[in-house]
Design a protein around this ligand. Structure first.
Ligand code: AQP
Length: 349
């Protein structure tokens, strides 16, 4: 399976271009996204929105997998905030279907059917489950089976392409395996999806531990871990200037340590400069100059996103109306697919 972002516009047989169906989503953990979410996924969603027939979701049911971390009084507003961030980053609700997962019952219904065809061993092998289970005393079954919910999310839209960061590739592969198994047991029902990841910044690393990926849930507990899309310039200065590097002065990507490689990657992707130019720019200057360069670019990139986000969040009713329209459009695609699934297994009226 190819996972680097290919040209996604495949010429149709009549010479016209066909727009592949795309699905992706993010969890509303804490109502904020970080630079990894943006560079690994969201930026690509926006860049390709004219070439793809896209469906994007805020996957709020996934937020329930760790119930201790859920605050029911704020989940609805954090879900809305993630949608606002999608739009603030440039996702256009006129050109894409954008909705909230729990506004459709089809996802939960399809998940039950897919749960029944998914071998337990496949779920125990998921590296994200293993890592999260190791870090907790007790683990809910939702944490084990949420990749099946994710499979339902994707398969309900006849999805061909799933643009994600590298950490999610294993889950998209599982989705494909579940679809293949279902099709073998019950006849051809599902389209087989594939993951695409960006060529650079598919895995943005944590500022305070460049051996681990930047993560929303850790960012909520540890200042200086992530670059939050809504962080003020003062907070960004503090976290980026204290990013973990090493004691050397090496700025060549291949020779540098993981912290410097991470900063160089962020710089290169945000500046659109070739890596060689980014390396040369900071050569012999020490890591303070690299951090300052990254800081300036991050502040410049995030300023318009933050301004647009603030504007959008002033009109929650308008956001809710956009999401309600998105849910209708999503249901128009998902309901017939679920009907196909139920007919295949012999349930439903
Ligand atoms: N560090 C990262 N680098 C590149 N891409 C990343 N993504 C997440 N972290 C990085 C991509 O962002 C999307 C978010 O998916 P999600 O909300 O389902 O959560 P996740 O993958 O589990 O990401 P987080 O930030 O670590 O969230 P929490 O802490 O809430 O679990 C996906 O496309 C992901 O690949």
């Amino acid at each position: 399976m190819s996972v680097t972002d290919p040209a996604l516009v495949a010429p149709a047989s009549d010479g016209a271009t066909s727009r592949p169906r795309v699905f992706s989503g993010m969890k509303p953990t804490d109502g904020v996204l970080h630079l990894g979410n943006y560079l690994g996924a969201l930026r690509g969603w926006v860049a390709h929105q004219d070439e793809r027939d896209s469906v994007f979701c805020v996957v709020d049911l996934h937020a329930l997998t760790v119930p201790e971390a859920v605050d029911p009084s704020v989940l609805r507003s954090t879900t809305r905030a993630i949608a606002a961030l999608y739009f603030a980053c440039g996702l256009d609700p006129e050109r894409n279907v954008v909705f909230v997962q729990s506004h459709l019952t089809e996802h939960a219904e399809c998940t039950w059917i897919l749960n029944c065809v998914t071998p337990l061993g496949w779920l125990h092998r998921m590296t994200q489950f293993k890592a999260q289970a190791e870090a907790r005393e007790s683990v809910g079954s939702g944490l084990l089976t949420y990749p099946v919910l994710q499979a339902a999310d994707i398969l309900l839209y006849d999805t061909e392409v799933v643009p994600v960061g590298e950490d999610q590739v294993q889950h998209v592969e599982l989705t494909r395996d579940v679809a293949v198994r279902f099709n073998r047991l019950f006849g051809d029902t599902f389209v087989l999806p594939r993951a695409v990841i960006p060529k650079a910044a598919a895995r943005v690393m944590a500022l305070d531990d460049p051996t681990a990926k930047m993560s929303k849930s850790i960012a909520a507990e540890r200042a200086g871990h992530a670059i939050g899309l809504l962080d003020s310039p003062a907070v960004l200065k503090k976290s980026i200037m204290s990013a973990v590097t090493d004691s050397g002065r090496e700025t060549r990507f291949e020779q540098a340590g993981p912290g410097v490689r991470n900063l160089l990657t962020i710089y290169q992707v945000l500046s659109n400069e070739p890596m060689a130019a980014a390396e040369a720019r900071f050569e012999g200057q020490g890591y303070g100059a690299l951090k300052k360069g990254v800081l300036e670019l991050v502040v410049e990139t995030l300023a318009p996103i933050q301004a647009r986000y603030t504007e959008l969040m002033r009109e929650p009713a308008e956001l809710d109306a956009i999401l309600a329209r998105g849910a209708e459009q999503a249901r128009a695609i998902a309901a017939p697919v679920l009907a196909r699934v139920k007919a295949a297994v012999g349930v439903g009226a």
